[in-house]
Design a protein around this ligand. Sequence first.
Ligand code: C5P
Length: 233
Amino acid sequence: MEKRIIVALDFDTAKQARELLACVDPTLCRVKIGKELFTACGPRLVKDVCALGFDVFLDLKFHDIPNTVAGAVRVAANMGVWMVNVHASGGLEMMEQARQALDSFGSDRPLLVGVTVLTSMSKSGLEQIGVEANPEEQVSRLAFLSRDAGLDGVVCSAAETRLLRAQLPDEFCLVTPGIRREEDASGDQKRVAGPAEAIRSGSNYLVIGRPITRAESPAHALQEFISAIASAS
Ligand code: C5P
C-alpha cells in the first residue's frame, strides 16, 4: 500500500510524540517533525523515530544562503529522513545547491520539496514584502522554480492542488496540509479539504495533524482517513 498520510507530530515534548507513535503503525503512515518538536528534542528524537521504522518528513523549511542550506539538507539526509524541505523563496541557486547536496546519497536520498507561499500569507501580506503577484500566481511561480531546481515537489494547500497538478509533471509530488473530515473542527486552518477531495485533485501526500493526534483513538482516526483515500484512488 502506498502510504499517503503524513501524521504531523506537533508536540513540544518527546513523551507526547512517543505516546502518539505507540498508537500508529509505520506500515500505514509516515510522520512529520516540525520546528516545535525539533526545537524541543533535536536530532536525537528524529533518529529515534526513524529507528522505530517511521518515514520522517523533517519540516524545518530551510531558508538561508545556498551553502548553509545545502549543509543542513546533507545533515538531514545523514539522519535518515525520508523527506526534507526548503523555502522556494530562497531562490533557484539555494534550491539547486540543496538538491546537489543530496546527489551522493543516490537512491537512498530523501525527497526534497519546496514551500511556496505559506497558507497564512494573504495578498496584503505579500504586498507588504514587495510581492505584487496574487497568491496563486506566486505559488505557481515558486512551484515552477522548485521544479527547475530539480526538487521533487512542493507543499501546497488543497486550494492550489488542482491548478499545480494540471501545470506540472505527474512525478512532481504535491504535499497537502489542511485536511479535515466533515466532523473535524477546522481549528486555525482557513482553507480545508476532505481527504478524498485532496487526492482527487492530485495530492500525493496528505499532512494531517490534530484530526489524528487529538482523536480519542488516533489509530481509528488514521484508519478512517486511509479508507476515505482508498475510495478516492
Ligand atoms: O493539525 P493540522 O492538521 O492543522 O496540522 C497541519 C500541519 O501541516 C501542521 O504541522 C502545520 O504546521 C502544517 N502546515 C500547514 N500549512 C502549511 C504548511 C504546513 O498547516 N501551509
